[in-house]
Write a protein that binds this ligand. Structure first.
Ligand code: ZN
Length: 342
């Protein structure tokens, strides 16, 4: 009970990519890069294990960008046609590739990464890929010209990929959908349908991570405009509760989300963000435990998974390591109080 996990990413070693930069370019190339990525995955797994994290990830060490990593292997997405657009309702600018033709997945995108991670940890393994709505929001489209239709096309590709990854021994497949917090009407009309299509028939547990973004300035500024209470989840949770997804990962540490809203996720596992990724201050185990305790009135302990608020890629490795340890130690404190085991 109260098994710990992380949203997905960890900082990369400085010999692999420039530290503290989102979407940082690689420091290595070719075969040396491939070897460097694998070494970084081993370190990411070891550090999570050493900290006491129960459900580990590869730290997303093999991808430069959490959306474009998946798109790089998809035919119909042209990376030579990059354009700069406003994403997440124009919260920030990003350089994105363009959809120029029918979408086809010619080969598995992440199978080698999952196979490698699976071979190097005995813990439960989670892998993250972007969700359909977030993909659609992170590229330009000159072919389908219909966001809902494009999302269903990506959902089909994600599903093909996810089935192959699950067969390699994944315990949890997580779809990252930060866009779910931006386009609430679209979530209802097509976002959930695309999400359900993406996980259709999967044999492993499935999760969706919706959040208020990495701790970068554009997000911190945006959060400041959301008012004293963040009630976006009030619209999204009932729709998610009716979906096929097993687990929902949300931001709870230092957030203004009224925790009572988590009660709307009845029947789902909740990955409770108990570590703030927008600050370098390392939580104490007691602070993590306090966040977990504050959620317990709304989420039963057998459905509660202490987690990070979001990806830790923009942090330093030392800070991330400290936060991992605090997360595991905080969960252990609450387990002791409840008299339950991991
Ligand atoms: Zn996030």
């Amino acid at each position: 009970m109260l098994l710990t996990t992380i949203a997905g990413s960890l900082p990369k070693p400085s010999w692999l990519a420039k530290p503290r930069v989102l979407w940082a370019p690689w420091s290595l190339s070719d075969a040396v890069l491939a070897e460097g990525k694998r070494d970084a995955v081993r370190l990411a797994l070891l550090e999570q294990e050493a900290a006491g994290i129960d459900i580990v990830t590869d730290g997303e060490q093999s991808r430069q960008h959490f959306v474009h990593g998946f798109l790089e292997a998809i035919e119909g997405v042209d990376f030579a046609r990059r354009v700069t657009i406003g994403i997440r309702a124009d919260r920030y600018k990003a350089e994105v590739p363009t959809v120029t033709g029918p979408l086809v997945r010619r080969r598995a995108v992440h199978a080698d990464e999952v196979r490698f991670a699976r071979a190097h940890t005995t813990r439960k393994l989670k892998f993250t890929i972007p969700g359909p709505m977030t993909i659609v929001d992170t590229l330009a489209d000159e072919h389908y010209r219909d966001r809902a239709r494009l999302a269903m096309e990506f959902a089909r590709l994600i599903n093909e990929e996810a089935r192959e990854l699950a067969a390699l021994g994944l315990d949890v497949l997580q779809l990252d959908e930060p866009a779910f917090n931006v386009y609430m009407d679209d979530v209802r009309t097509w976002g959930i349908q695309a999400l359900d299509r993406a996980i259709q028939g999967l044999r492993c547990r499935t999760a969706v991570h919706i959040c208020y973004g990495y701790g970068i300035k554009a997000n911190v500024d945006w959060k400041a405009t959301l008012g004293g209470e963040w009630r976006q989840y009030e619209q999204t949770f009932p729709v998610l509760a009716a979906s096929r997804i097993d687990q929902v990962s949300v931001e709870c540490a230092n957030s203004r989300v009224p925790l009572s809203l988590l009660g709307l996720l009845k029947g789902k596992d909740v990955l409770v963000g108990a570590v703030d990724v927008a600050t370098d201050a390392i939580e104490t185990p007691e602070q993590v435990a306090a966040t977990i305790r504050s959620v317990l009135p709304f989420v039963p302990p057998e459905r509660l998974y202490p987690c990070t608020n979001c990806g830790m890629v923009p942090l330093t490795r030392d800070v991330a390591r400290g936060k991992l340890r605090a997360l595991a130690a905080g969960a252990a404190l609450v387990r002791k109080e409840l008299g339950v085991r991991a």
